[in-house]
Design a protein around this ligand. Structure first.
Ligand SMILES: NC(=O)c1ccc[n+]([C@@H]2O[C@H](COP(=O)([O-])OP(=O)(O)OC[C@H]3O[C@@H](n4cnc5c(N)ncnc54)[C@H](O)[C@@H]3O)[C@@H](O)[C@H]2O)c1
Ligand SMILES: O=P(O)(O)OC[C@H](O)CO
Length: 338
């Protein structure tokens, strides 16, 4: 298979490495936005900026410049950029009349645009911006560094089209990576977005040293919150019990490699959000989608107390300590998901 991956951040690069190492020896083109970074990657066969020390296989072809040069011969196009770049990338690909499937890796919700008024899930952005494109999403618990290091990982390939699921399985399923198919794009995308917000919350909880009981409670109630929201949007309840739901939530909320968790830990230490983001060096999608999630939840009448608390903290309307009190002082309620 010939696979074009557009965007060479940590995850786009790791996914390119995984595709290139696959026994089927796919031809992989990795599009790098920055020409200087692209030149460095060609010369040193490594992405010093994001995955320093991991070598790029020889069958990863690095390109910069026009997107059309990268996708020209591809059987499958994978978007490795953050949510913020999804709409412009899809619009460009649609205008090119692209005939092959496009799959995204981003986990978040697009902030409300002038034209939408409400934050959209990635597949909703695609329907608006690139209605002719056949699409899918690759998600699940997966730190880029571990995938690049060939450590065992399980992913979810979600699409309404069986042949897109099959292409993703053919591209990545192998000795190191298991890929499970799923037709619930809503559920998979909701899980990927909400777990980032919940990982910020868990980072705050751990940063304040509230203990393991509190962390378990937060993750469990966060999962209930994710499920309520996702089911109300049309996702399947079972998806939230799977890899892109509870799986990715547990990884991101507890794993030391998570950028979203790190944001929460540093907020708990009292660092200003601007300083944290300036030093992070990577995107932490939970910071950018928390408000959109809250707005959308309010619109559909779903209560999301943990998300709302994170939004108040990110917007400087509460402190980490007050946030904990606000959550603990809520009225008692039933444990059922609804
Ligand atoms: N890093 C991980 O372990 C991981 C794993 C799974 C999913 N994801 C998701 O993948 C997405 C990308 O994450 P990442 O870790 O690679 O981020 P990153 O911060 O490491 O890199 C982001 C890359 O996107 C590029 N970019 C930003 N805006 C762009 C634009 N408008 N056009 C083209 N390129 C643009 C940046 O130059 C950078 O190379 C996020 O949505 C993230 O949640 C990340
Ligand atoms: O580092 P994070 O918090 O963006 O999480 C990375 C991946 O999404 C984990 O699956």
């Amino acid at each position: 298979m010939s696979i074009a991956i557009l965007g060479a951040g940590a995850w786009g690069t790791a996914v390119a490495i995984a595709a290139a190492r696959h026994p089927a020896q796919h031809q992989v083109t990795l599009w790098v936005r920055d020409a200087t970074q692209a030149q460095h990657m060609r010369t040193h066969r490594s992405n010093q900026r994001y995955l320093d020390g991991v070598l790029l296989p020889q069958n990863v072809h690095i390109v910069d410049g026009a997107l059309s040069d990268a996708v020209g011969n591809a059987d499958l196009v994978i978007l490795g950029t953050p949510v913020a770049a999804l709409r412009p990338m899809l619009t460009t690909l649609d205008k090119m009349g692209l005939q092959v499937p496009v799959v995204w890796l981003c986990k978040g919700i697009e902030p409300a645009q002038a034209s939408t008024a409400i934050g959209l899930l990635p597949h909703e952005v695609q329907r608006q911006a690139a209605p002719n494109i056949v699409s899918g999403v690759l998600s699940g618990p997966s730190f880029a560094l571990e995938v690049a290091q060939n450590l065992p990982t399980a992913l979810v390939a979600a699409s309404e089209h069986q042949h897109v699921q099959d292409m993703l399985i053919g591209a990545f399923h192998g000795k190191h990576i298991r890929v499970y198919g799923n037709n619930d794009m809503i559920g998979v995308e909701v899980g990927g977005a909400i777990k980032n917000v919940l990982a910020i919350a868990t980072g705050i909880c751990d940063g304040l040293q509230l203990g393991l009981n509190a962390r378990a409670a937060l993750i469990t109630r966060g999962l209930a919150e994710m499920s309520r929201f996702g089911v109300a949007l049309g996702g399947q309840a079972s998806t939230f019990m799977g890899l892109s739901g509870v799986g990715d939530l547990v990884l991101t909320a507890t794993g030391g490699l998570s950028r979203n968790r790190k944001v929460g830990l540093l907020l708990a230490e009292g660092h200003p959000l601007g300083d944290i983001l300036a030093k992070l060096g990577h995107v932490a999608e939970g910071v950018y989608c928390a408000r959109s999630v809250e707005q959308r939840a309010q619109q559909i009448g779903v209560e999301m107390p943990i998300t709302s608390a994170v939004v108040r903290l990110l917007e400087g309307r509460t402190s980490a300590q007050e946030l904990v009190l606000q959550l603990l002082e809520r009225d008692p309620g039933s444990e059922s998901l609804r």
